[in-house]
Design a binder for this molecule. Structure first.
Ligand SMILES: *[C@@H]1O[C@H](CO)[C@@H](O)[C@H](O)[C@H]1NC(C)=O
Ligand SMILES: *[C@@H]1O[C@H](CO)[C@@H](O)[C@H](O)[C@H]1NC(C)=O
Ligand SMILES: *[C@@H]1O[C@H](CO)[C@@H](O)[C@H](O)[C@H]1NC(C)=O
Length: 391
């Protein structure tokens, strides 16, 4: 890139580069937080001062292991704020200790927020997963907290930290704008129940980049009202893949549009890329302009799937078709191994058939032979090499 910069621009550039070096540091230890102890109060006190600071601030949690109970902090803050976690912060193992909190760590209404460091948020979810298994008999099982929730944030970044063994979803994003995950890591066993990696709802311009997600449910799931979402250079597995939906249950849902999933690898996952909508459901908001490109599947059960009759455990009626229109969806350069013969399933709604679905350079194998495509209520555009549809 050729660029001529005025001296003022150079000074401004250097100032921006050195921005974080000039932030005021609020070390958790100066608020009474010490390794091997509970830092709930220390964290809340540090947040209060940092958020009120008129200069950029940084809360630092250094190496070591800490315990923390549920915290819920809110902006607006007076200047950009960063939390740098280099230690391991542990949630109580007893799910009831979080007192029904929706999320263990909740951060909301902050602009220019950064979460950074080499540290880990350890949800210690094993007991909670066990409770979930007893859900039929134990009503307390609904009290499971997610690891981290970001609500109504703008211009924010989560970088390099790890979310581990969440009791429920790892991360939830609600109503956020311009939010980036970079080098983010999620780790939980493949059989941990409902531990979705990142769930995004009603958000615009979200990027998940260069990240590694291993968990027991969807690696990334997109609810309604999401626009301009990019998932790039992300590894998923174990897990249930990248999912749009499930959509349709709520009559007031908003459209999902402009998603790109690019250069991702899914390994030993239940699904690869999936769009799911409920039959017999009131939601009508359309799903449009999604691209899934340069994706490698390694032993994936359903590599490419549109399921507009999504009805797990047969808990719904399929009497009427989904009212959600899916259009302009491109599956491009998808290769690797399928664990089922039907590597591509396009099961669209008989009420509002899919339009503009493109299969371009799909090369998936099952047991060494090319996987097939099974389709209903859609006439995909085939470009290059791709399986043609069977009913
Ligand atoms: C694709 O993603 C992998 C990480 O999964 C990364 O190492 C590689 O550089 C990416 N390739 C391109 C062309 O961005
Ligand atoms: C489709 O989505 C991509 C990715 O967000 C975006 O760059 C592009 O402009 C969108 N196309 C239309 C027609 O909106
Ligand atoms: C679509 O889903 C229904 C319900 O799960 C199933 O009976 C049907 O075989 C599916 N069709 C295709 C083409 O996958």
């Amino acid at each position: 890139m050729d660029m001529r910069l005025s001296p003022t621009a150079i000074v401004l550039f250097l100032f921006l580069l050195s921005g974080s070096a000039h932030s005021i540091v609020f070390d958790i230890t100066t608020f009474g937080g010490a390794p091997n102890s509970d830092i709930t109060q220390a964290f809340l006190s540090a947040w209060k001062q940092a958020c009120a600071s008129t200069r950029p601030s940084k809360i630092v949690i250094s190496e070591g292991t800490y315990e923390m109970n549920a915290v819920d902090v809110k902006g607006p803050c007076k200047a950009p704020i960063e939390i740098q976690v280099d230690g391991t912060i542990q949630a109580p193992t007893n799910p009831f200790a979080l007192d029904g909190a929706f999320q263990w760590v909740t951060i909301g209404y902050v602009d220019y927020f950064t979460l950074s460091g080499r540290g880990t948020f350890d949800g210690r979810g094993a007991t909670a997963w066990k409770l979930q298994e007893e859900c039929g008999t134990n009503p307390a099982c609904t009290k499971r907290s997610m690891n981290i929730g970001f609500n109504f944030m703008k211009h924010s970044v989560v970088r390099s930290v790890t979310s581990k063994d969440s009791k429920f979803f790892h991360v939830s994003l609600l109503g956020c704008t311009d939010f980036t995950f970079d080098d983010f890591k999620i780790s939980a066993p493949g059989d941990s129940i409902n531990t979705d990696g990142i769930h995004i709802a009603k958000s615009t311009d979200v990027k998940i980049l260069n990240s590694d997600i291993a968990t027991g449910d969807d690696c990334v799931s997109l609810g309604d009202g999401n626009k301009q979402i990019t998932i790039q250079n992300v590894k998923c597995g174990p897990g249930h893949g990248f999912s749009v939906g499930s959509l349709g249950t709520n009559p007031n849902e908003e459209p999902v549009e402009n998603l790109i999933v690019k250069n991702c690898t899914l390994t030993n996952t239940q699904n690869g890329v999936r769009i799911k909508t409920w039959p017999n459901a009131p939601g009508t908001s359309p799903v449009t302009n999604l691209t899934f490109e340069d994706i490698t599947m390694v032993n994936v059960y359903n590599p490419v799937i549109i399921d507009q009759q999504y009805c797990p455990f047969e808990i719904c009626s399929k009497q009427s078709p989904s009212k959600i229109k899916i259009s302009n969806v491109k599956f491009k350069n998808i290769k690797g191994t399928s664990e089922t013969k039907e590597g591509v399933i396009l099961n669209c709604s008989s009420g509002v058939p899919c339009e503009g679905v493109e299969l371009s350079d799909i090369s998936l194998t099952f047991d060494g032979a090319p996987a097939v495509a099974k389709c209903a209520n859609v006439k995909p555009i085939i470009i290059g090499k791709a399986p043609s549809c069977r009913a």
